[in-house]
Design a protein around this ligand. Structure first.
Ligand code: HMG
Ligand code: MG
Length: 324
């Protein structure tokens, strides 16, 4: 007798039922992308990069960091860059600030939005901003309050959400505590950073479920994946199923934190835009113009950039004997 036939499995209804129709790309190439490069671009080239990205359709962009230039020499020109970029209406320009001194510089440079940043782990806070978690929160309480009283919007970053280069695993409760504290002091959004690119899809699910169960909402959350181990796009698809609407990325896949050994580039903006457009999710970004920016940057930095889309595009052009 034949074994009974296995009942046909019901196919799942769309896996992406919770995904939004449109997503905002928060471009971090000029800041996270350039902060760790050995070739330091001139102020003119940085300004051109930012303006070209905006011309490609980017509507939120992080231009620089008002941090101690001894810690991040590649962004020592923060005042000139931030002051010189021609602002386009409808675009939000932001920059990192670690303390009141940074906030004052950002104010002088005409910034209307700034971002405070810290990790969910003690050791990364100590190495990256020279403060304990508690001291960082105390500093930011003052900085966020003052920035808001100056009429600025403040974004918050929580790094090492999926793992810390010094401590290893980071409990979700630490991510909840730091995110909730930042929101409570007045940041409008928390960007969840996989600083060293160790996260995998089930972990992303766990982090989002934990944050939502603790009362945070998807409107308050953005994702920031580094693609060190090639899991960034897979992780983004999980965040999309939860309904995330803001995705951080860097043109060409530039990036890395100098105080996170082994960290490599952010997920490439081209790769995110390509994937989202294939999924019918609008970003408003022109991928051909984006490729123009990353091709120029690859020349200026004299290295091949990690973006997969860029590599495929270059290969395609080479086969057709066309310039990129
Ligand atoms: P510190 O040395 O503890 O600062 O640095 P301090 O307050 O003791 O001051 C020491 C000196 O720094 C003084 O100068 C200050 O004036 C100066 P001196 O009197 O010795 O000549 N100073 C400043 N100079 C310019 N701008 C400032 C500033 N503040 C103090 N704002 C500090 C503390 C936080 C400033 C330092 O540790 C720092 O700049 N750290 C920044 C590190 C950084 O930018 N890391 C990369 C960010 S990437 C990241 O965090 C991850 C992210 O991408 C998300 C993810 O991937 O997960 C966001
Ligand atoms: Mg980063």
């Amino acid at each position: 007798m034949n074994p009974p036939e296995k009942p046909a499995e019901t196919p799942p209804t769309s896996l992406f039922g919770g995904a939004p129709d449109a997503v905002t790309i928060y471009e971090v190439g000029p800041r996270d992308g350039l902060q760790n490069e050995t070739t330091v671009l001139s102020v003119e080239r940085k300004v051109e990069m930012i303006e070209d990205l905006v011309d490609a359709g980017i509507r939120r962009i992080e231009m620089t960091s008002f941090v101690n230039p001894r810690w991040i020499p590649a962004l020592a020109d923060h005042m000139e860059v931030a002051a010189r970029v021609r602002r386009k209406p409808g675009v939000d320009y932001s920059a990192l600030v670690p303390n009141m001194r940074g906030l004052d510089s950002a104010t002088r440079a005409g910034m209307k939005e700034v971002a405070v940043f810290m990790a969910a782990s003690q050791s990364h806070n100590q190495k990256n901003i020279n403060k304990s978690t508690e001291a960082a929160l105390a500093t930011y309480r003052e900085v966020v309050g003052e920035a808001r009283s100056r009429g600025m919007r403040v974004r918050g970053y929580v790094s090492c959400v999926y793992g810390c280069p010094y401590e290893g695993a980071v409990p979700a409760q630490q991510v909840i505590d730091v995110s909730a504290a930042l929101l409570e002091m007045g940041v409008f959004e928390v960007s969840l950073g996989d600083t060293i690119g160790v996260g995998t899809p089930r972990q992303v699910e766990h982090v989002f479920r934990s944050l939502l169960a603790a009362g945070l909402t998807m409107e308050q959350l953005a994702v920031h994946f580094h693609d060190t181990r090639g899991t960034a796009l897979a992780n983004i698809t999980v965040a999309l199923q939860f309904g995330v609407r803001t995705i951080d990325s860097a043109v060409g896949g530039l990036g890395g934190c100098p105080y996170a050994p082994g960290a490599s580039g952010n997920v490439a903006t081209e790769d995110v835009v390509y994937m989202l457009s294939g999924m019918g999710i609008d970003t408003g970004v022109d991928i051909d113009k984006l490729v123009g920016v990353s091709t120029r940057l690859s020349g200026l930095l004299a290295r091949e950039l990690p973006s997969k889309y860029l590599k495929a595009h270059m290969g395609h052009c080479a086969r057709l004997g066309r310039s990129v």
